[in-house]
Write a protein that binds this ligand. Structure first.
Ligand code: PLP
Length: 410
């Protein structure tokens, strides 16, 4: 009899985006003449920058020439890309990372999900709430969550750290001891950040508790404030306690191309049951090489071009475009009397709904009265109830129109 991994049965169906699609489809059917504007998406919309496209074309031609053809590449990624990452993402910020601490992959989602493989099942996991759902679900799948309680919307063995307007979106240390801590900054969905001093406290906490920080910096490119770190390794001591996830998806429009990387410093150790130290870099290298055969050569050449002078300029233009949209949303909503967070170092704007209004009720109202689609905050975790996410990933014209419509709502 083939038995299943019963942990999967503990997963809660994710109704969020399916429910949004269904509600929008129903509304459009009933109101065929309404122009619905979608500001709910977390996907980029601007095309791949020219410098990146050129590099891809060149690499594709190489693959067709006998003398330049490449088969399997190194599982960890080509040195030409790892060196560019080391020099541009880290050296420029005073951070010393070796190329063999960088592993190229096909997405931060896979990396965030796969990393759980190298940790023991009885580690205690802490997530901020609300949060990108992948951290939670992958720990449910791997048996760390315990049972789900439908009354609280929480799993019994997961430690939820609420981040709301009440604590200024700064996560407080959990009361009980935890081993794996997920931090995502700039944050999806709240669009908020931690400054160096705030992040330093978490690095110190992890050190004291022999815990690890899994730091998701997928939105790093949207940071403009000086005191917001782009990498956790800008914080002293972080190399001993943190793994960092990066992605080209939102930085350079790679959501459809797929390229990302993970950084695991050699100073970073985990422990055996007996308390012996084991280098996590080695464990991950073994896992990565066994289960992954590398990102395509063409894609890695595309990612390399992100670091060329032209590439940098072009991706900056795209990021500024999205940030301008986020600014329009933030300013417009504030003028309309709403309390709004994020939107400065992030493409996400997090709207606090007036007292007593629930996320899904606001979704329905916005769709009906302004024909605008956003994402209910509660879909990202129980502490997201009463909040709503809008994104800067639409077109400028649609963003401006959507905000005008929201302003005119009763
Ligand atoms: N991490 C966060 C916080 C995200 O919001 C997303 C995508 O929305 C990802 C990771 C996934 O990135 P990738 O496209 O590299 O898989």
């Amino acid at each position: 009899m083939i038995k299943i991994n019963e942990n999967f049965l503990e997963l809660q169906d994710s109704y969020l985006f399916a429910t949004i699609s269904r509600k929008v489809a129903e509304f459009t059917k009933e109101n065929p003449n309404c122009k619905v504007i979608k500001l709910g998406i977390g996907d980029v919309t601007r095309p791949i920058p020219e410098a990146v496209l050129d590099a891809m074309h060149k690499a594709t031609d190489e693959m067709g020439r006998k003398e330049d053809f490449r088969g399997y590449g190194p599982e960890q990624g080509y040195d030409f890309l790892r060196e560019k990452i080391r020099d541009n993402d880290f050296k420029t910020r005073g951070v010393d990372i070796d190329i063999d601490e960088i592993f190229i992959s096909d997405g931060a989602k896979c990396d965030c999900g796969n990393i759980v493989d190298i940790f023991a099942q009885d580690n205690k996991v802490a997530i901020t709430d609300p949060v990108y759902p992948v951290y939670l679900d992958t720990n449910v799948m791997s048996g760390r969550s315990g049972k789900y309680d439908s009354k609280t919307g929480k799993y019994e063995n997961i430690v939820y750290i609420p981040v709301t307007s009440e604590n200024d979106f700064v996560p407080e240390f959990p009361k009980e001891k935890v081993d794996m801590i997920y931090l995502c900054y700039p944050n999806n969905p709240t669009g908020t950040t931690l400054n160096k001093e705030q992040l330093k406290k978490w690095v110190d906490y992890a050190k004291e508790n022999k815990a690890i920080i899994l730091f998701d910096a997928a939105y790093e490119a949207f940071i403009s404030d000086e005191d917001v770190p782009h990498s956790i390794y800008e914080i002293e001591g972080a190399k001993e306690v943190a793994i960092e996830f990066r992605s080209f998806s939102k930085t350079a429009g790679f959501t459809g191309l797929r390229c990302a990387f993970i950084v695991i410093p050699k100073e970073l150790n985990g422990y055996t049951e007996k308390g012996e130290k084991v280098q996590l870099n080695k464990l991950w290298n073994r896992r990565h090489c066994t289960k992954f055969n590398g990102v395509s050569y063409v894609t890695q050449r595309a990612a390399e071009a992100v670091y060329s002078e032209e590439g940098k300029k072009q991706i900056k233009e795209n990021i500024n475009y999205y940030k301008e949209n986020a600014k329009i949303i933030k300013k417009g909503l504030e003028e309309a009397g709403y309390t709004v967070y994020g939107g400065t170092n992030s493409p996400y704007v997090w709207l606090k709904l007036p007292d007593g209004i629930k996320s899904w009720d606001f979704f329905d109202k916005l769709l009906k009265e302004a024909n605008v689609v956003g994402t209910p905050g509660v879909g990202f975790g129980p502490s997201g109830e009463g909040y709503f996410r809008l994104t800067g990933f639409g077109t400028k014209e649609n963003t401006e129109e959507a905000i005008e419509r929201i302003k005119n709502m009763k």
